[in-house]
Design a protein around this ligand. Structure first.
Ligand code: NDP
Length: 451
């Protein structure tokens, strides 16, 4: 990188940090993209003149609102709701809702920013957004979750719609929450529309949407492995998380012949050297999705399994790591452990799970590495397919959706190779994903004038 471009990046980031003080996750996400696209931007004077990059880092709209609700004992609680509508240049805003106590403006903005590039990569017409609340669903009864969702949607419904903004799930928002949110939206707006995705099958949902992010991750990782003549079969795989993405990544990796050794939650991780089986997966689905229990119960249920509280699974030697829990869950020391343990591929299921220092170590050691915005795009892509089915009043079969998902993940992989292959033949998936997403969004913004 020449000194002009380096200077440009530092000046740009200085402005972003000054305008968005204290938003460390947002700064981190912006820096990663800016480092990937700066050489391109500085080579095209019209992009500089139109201040495309400056506009992309400024969300089109941010909505912050009060969410009051009452628990089962009659006590009143106040949470904060967010919707960050980042960019609508290539389609209506689209992106999940996260309910987790850590949610704040920085996390919402980083996720909406990432979503903009991810959605552009899917080849489907979707802009980028994200939303959620600092509400913690853990330990709440179904009726408390329902009351919260109804209060949240009472405000959010003013800002979304099938051609405006189509939210979906994320951490803490699964089928149950989407149901309550959809019910309240329908009641308030008096319309049955595809305004949310991740819906139940009998009321407009798509087959394979719950599986899509985890399955898509494995399809993408398979493509990465293929570039080195490798496959999932026989590989040891470590997965973090035990939620939606982790569950279906684990199921697909297992069905592709891998030995899935670990799962985790925010309390600790389980290590099962014999690997997951269909029977063990059924236990996990029941444990997490019906009983809403903790992953340590897996160790109590199956012999030969250990549970390590307070730690992440990256110290267990493996061939492939699939982080599927949350942002910055692979730090420098974790990356060093992965490299030392013989890992050859890190494919991200979560959004921004690796810190910049960790990425440098992983890439520096020559591992295959893909950023979440490329390898976890199968979820939003299938949400896009759900929107298409809703608009056409059609219902595609599981095989049809799976074929679309396969093709989209293959296309995203090919796009990463096209934009990310260096002169020495090595592939930088971060650069490939960021540059391809940026070129598409920037082109649309340029065509649409100064808005
Ligand atoms: P879920 O809520 O279903 O599961 C999240 C899992 O991650 C849980 O096991 C949870 O444990 C764990 N987790 C959450 N926060 C932390 C934390 N701070 N430290 C350690 N573990 C944590 O969420 P999803 O599976 O839907 O989402 C996981 C990741 O994938 C997120 O980064 C999300 O943005 C991303 N993603 C999700 C998509 C989707 O379709 N759902 C699409 C694309 C990306 P615990 O129960 O203890 O909180």
């Amino acid at each position: 990188m020449d000194s002009f471009t380096r200077h440009y990046i530092e000046g740009f980031m200085g402005d972003v940090i000054a305008r968005n003080p204290g938003e460390s996750e947002f700064h981190q996400a912006v820096r990663e993209v800016v480092e990937s696209v700066a050489s391109y931007v500085t080579a095209y004077p019209q992009l500089m003149d139109q201040k495309i990059l400056e506009r992309i880092v400024e969300p089109e709209r941010i909505i912050i609102f009060r969410v009051p609700w009452m628990d089962d004992r009659g006590e009143v609680h106040i949470n904060r709701g967010f919707r960050v509508q980042c960019n609508s240049a290539i389609g209506p805003y689209k992106g999940g809702l996260r309910f987790h106590p850590s949610v704040n403006l920085s996390i919402m903005k980083f996720l909406a920013f990432e979503q903009t590039f991810k959605n552009a990569l899917t080849t489907l017409p979707m802009g980028g957004a994200k939303g959620g609340s600092d509400f913690n669903p853990r330990g709440k009864s179904d009726t408390e979750v329902m009351r919260f969702c109804q209060s949240f949607m009472t405000e959010l419904c003013r800002h979304i719609g099938p051609d405006t903004d189509v939210p979906a799930g994320d951490i803490g928002v699964g089928g149950r929450e989407i149901g309550y949110l959809f019910g309240q939206y329908k009641r308030l707006k008096d319309e049955f529309s595809g305004t949310l995705t991740g819906k139940g099958l009998s009321w407009g949902g798509s087959l394979l949407r719950p599986e899509a992010t985890g399955y898509g991750l494995c399809y993408f990782a398979s493509q990465m492995l293929e570039t080195r003549g490798q496959r999932f079969e026989g590989k040891k795989v470590n997965i973090s998380g035990a939620g939606n993405v982790a569950q279906y990544a684990a199921q697909k990796a297992m069905r592709l012949g891998a030995v899935v050794q670990t799962l985790s939650d925010s309390d600790g991780f389980i290590y099962d050297p014999a690997g997951l089986t269909e029977e063990k997966m059924d236990f996990v689905f029941e444990l997490k999705n019906i009983r809403r229990g903790r992953i340590k119960e897996y160790a109590a249920r199956f012999p030969g399994v250990t549970y390590t509280p307070g730690e992440r699974p990256w110290g267990i030697p493996c061939d492939i790591a699939l982080p599927c829990a949350t942002q910055n869950e692979i730090e420098k020391a974790d990356a060093e452990k992965l490299v030392a343990g013989g890992c050859s591929c890190v494919a991200e299921g979560a959004n921004m799970p690796s810190t910049p220092e960790a990425i440098r170590i992983i890439q520096g050691a020559g591992l295959l590495y893909s950023p979440g915005k490329a390898s976890n795009a199968g979820g939003v892509a299938t949400s896009g397919l759900e929107m298409s089915q809703n608009s056409m009043r059609q219902h595609w079969t599981s095989d049809e959706v799976d074929q679309y998902l396969h093709r989209i993940m293959q296309d995203i992989h090919a796009t990463c190779l096209k934009y990310g292959t260096g002169e020495d033949g090595t592939v930088n998936y971060v650069k490939g994903a960021n540059l391809a997403g940026f070129i598409k969004v920037a082109g649309a913004m340029s065509d649409q004038g100064l808005v």
